[in-house]
Design a protein around this ligand. Structure first.
Ligand SMILES: [Zn+2]
Length: 496
């Protein structure tokens, strides 16, 4: 017999390591703690003391002079696989799936842990906390390597085997494997009651990237080239970025520059045309989150406000369709993340109908940001043109203002709802938000002389997209080079 639980991290209120020093049974722990999920924890010695490494609520109970991958967390939803014991809680035993993949030769004592036995494990998969328990002596008993292969096949992105054999026991929301053994410590998971609080979109996007340069990329100690190198990833490696800062992404091994990576797009499919267009002719495509997904909560959105975000994702390829693929996938559903539109420098893709709520603003399930606004993510991918993406977003805002009679005063930043530093680039560029609002109001901020000169060049056939040049700033290097060639060609032809 075996039991497997997958709990969205968004639903996790708290994870506790409950120490009972081999004096309490599972049913007693369940009655006393009221936890929703309970699993036997780490191993212990004959004298009843815990085996390394174990830290509980800030207290080091079993330290060692070596590092080992284990799970660390402060409250619970922040749990991650790490070699560091900095968090308030840390538990380790035998790492089966490491940041680089399944471990070839998991480290364990053959006598104490080897053979085919009941097994317990904890892991993470696409925004979910995963717990595993199989009963000793049953047909589901496994060797550590067999367990590793089973968990990898289940899609676990990381995994640590806990104590096993006769200690294997669990109660996963009523689904129990019972054993009489009283173990040293228990992993107790408490889920949120009375509804899940949706998180802020950009924080929870755990993204898969592929290393693109043929020479690979350096891994550094911090987010910048001034930090020491600590290793490298070779071309083609697929890595998970846990956090992004200043154009750098943190993996389990260190920091890498995002412009050296491409977003690995997965199962989300591609967009379909709708026929809807903005006043600058940008087509609005659709990649809707399927009805019934947990990140498409439904409920009427009165479209009172428009909320502007930035994706915070500088990787090449992190465009509107890539974000559509993400928001339609399992990871966004497990983290309860969604928004209405993604906009890049040449397209607008819709994910949630305007008239429905979405989870992007970080102000709770019924906050005005989530429940009364239309969320727009502007893409900041390194291979895109951010000025054009902003112009496209402004054209979408104009359309939405018209369709839903939204006044300009109700165009908000994500920051207005939750205090998050989003949209970050715009917020950090002097005058950029006012300029964006002017664009939304249809006001041109371009000097009339520039407009007149662009018209002259357009009349002579030198520029083919006058609106782009009339926007007046943020020209891409490539377009300036093309303009220079076109002007030189014009002069040559005229024989001037
Ligand atoms: Zn945001």
């Amino acid at each position: 017999m075996k039991k497997i639980a997958s709990i969205p991290l968004a639903d996790v209120e708290r994870i506790e390591i409950r120490v009972t020093r081999c004096q309490k049974t599972l049913s007693k722990v369940k009655a006393e703690s009221g936890a929703d999920y309970i699993l036997n924890g780490g191993m212990w010695n004959a004298d009843g003391g815990p085996c390394p490494l174990l830290k509980v609520d800030g207290k080091m109970l079993a330290d060692a002079d070596y590092d080992s991958y284990g799970y660390g967390w402060d409250q619970g939803p922040d749990i991650q696989l790490t070699p560091s014991m900095k968090s308030r809680n840390f538990i380790s035993c035998t790492c089966l799936i490491a940041p680089w993949g399944p471990v070839d030769k998991p480290g364990y004592h053959e006598k104490g842990q080897g053979g085919t036995r009941g097994r317990s494990a904890i892991g993470l998969k696409a925004g979910e906390l995963c717990l595993y328990c199989s009963s000793d002596g049953s047909s589901d008993a496994r060797t550590p390597e067999g367990l590793r292969d089973e968990l990898a096949a289940l899609g676990w992105e990381s995994a640590v085997m806990l104590d096993g054999g006769g200690s294997s026991q669990c109660d996963f929301d009523g689904q129990a494997i019972k054993a009489s053994r009283k173990v040293h410590n228990w992993i107790c998971v408490y889920t949120k009651k009375g509804g899940v609080v949706p998180p802020e979109g950009e924080n929870t996007m755990r993204k898969q990237y592929t290393v693109t340069p043929s020479v690979g990329v350096n891994i550094r100690k911090g987010p910048g080239t001034g930090y020491d190198k600590v290793g490298g990833y070779s071309k083609g490696t697929v890595i998970t970025v846990l956090e992004e800062r200043d154009g750098w992404g943190r993996t389990d091994k260190g920091w890498v520059k995002l412009s050296n990576l491409s977003l690995s797009t997965s199962s989300g499919g591609s967009s379909t045309a709708t026929g809807r267009k903005t006043d600058t002719g940008v087509p609005i495509k659709e990649m809707l989150v399927a009805a019934g997904r947990k990140n498409r909560p439904g409920g009427a959105n009165p479209c009172t406000y428009i909320t502007i975000h930035e994706t915070g994702n500088k990787a090449n390829g992190a465009d509107a369709e890539a974000h559509g693929s993400y928001v339609r996938g399992d990871s966004a559903e497990a983290s309860r993340v969604s928004w209405h539109y993604s906009v890049d420098d040449d397209s607008i893709v819709q994910h949630i109908p305007d008239g429905e709520k979405a989870y992007h603003a970080g102000d709770g399930a019924n906050g005005p940001g989530n429940a009364q606004s239309i969320g727009i993510e502007v893409c900041v991918n390194a291979d895109g043109d951010f000025a054009k993406a902003q112009a496209n977003a402004a054209s979408l805002v104009r359309l939405l203002m018209k369709e839903h009679q939204i006044p300009a005063a109700n165009i908000k930043q994500h920051h207005d709802w939750s205090g998050k530093d989003c949209p970050q680039t715009i917020r950090h560029t002097t005058g950029a938000w006012d300029k964006f609002l002017d664009l939304c109001k249809g006001k041109s901020t371009t000097p009339p002389a520039l407009v007149a000169d662009v018209d002259v060049l357009a009349g002579a056939g030198i520029v083919g997209s006058p609106d782009y040049w009339k926007a007046g700033s943020g020209y891409s290097d490539g377009n300036v080079v093309c303009l220079i060639h076109a002007m030189a060609e014009y002069i040559r032809k005229e024989g001037n």
